[in-house]
Design a protein around this ligand. Structure first.
Ligand code: HEC
Length: 138
């Protein structure tokens, strides 16, 4: 015979376990949500390229001659707008001009960052330059 106290105890245990399973299920869901949000954020970060590092380097090393708008100064410094960047000129310089070689001055990564900034600025929309592309120019 199950007496009243045992019945009540079973009822309490039942509701407690129901309560905790709902709570833990809720937690699982929110940690899944966090994982999904993190994956979404990482995917967005990978999908939207960021040229701010290249922009900073360009401003520091190049804009004095080629100008912030990339248009240069007619008759003195060529415009970098409208055609894919000449990586060779940046890496090895242009002999007999003030356009020096940057291979000893900047890292391959930095040169690639600058080239990508140029290739994606002022209306330019040219292909991505990799660090290996820079190495191959040497
Ligand atoms: C002291 C001024 C000066 C600085 C600083 C300078 N350049 Fe130049 N750059 C020139 C000149 C002048 C030429 C053209 C040389 C020639 O053709 O005789 C040139 C040419 C180029 C070219 C070839 C473009 C073409 O159509 O001929 C590229 C690309 C270029 N520069 C990129 C850069 C980048 C990137 C930087 C910074 C890392 C930089 N330059 C810094 C003066 C400069």
């Amino acid at each position: 015979m199950i007496n009243k106290i045992t019945k009540n105890a079973l009822a309490i245990i039942f509701f407690y376990s129901l309560f905790f399973s709902i709570v833990s299920c809720g937690n699982k869901q929110s940690s899944n949500e966090n994982e999904i949000n993190q994956t979404i954020n990482e995917t967005i970060k990978d999908a939207v390229p960021d040229y701010t590092v290249g922009e900073g380097l360009y401003t520091k090393h190049c804009s004095g001659c080629h100008q912030n708008n990339g248009e240069g100064i007619s008759g003195a410094f060529p415009s970098l707008k409208g055609e894919a960047v000449e990586l060779n000129s940046i890496v090895n310089g242009i002999e007999g001009s003030v356009m020096i070689a940057y291979k000893g001055k900047l890292s391959d990564d930095d040169i690639a960052e600058i080239a990508n900034f140029i290739n994606h600025s002022w209306g330019n929309n040219f292909s991505e330059v990799s660090t290996d592309d820079v190495k191959a120019m040497k």
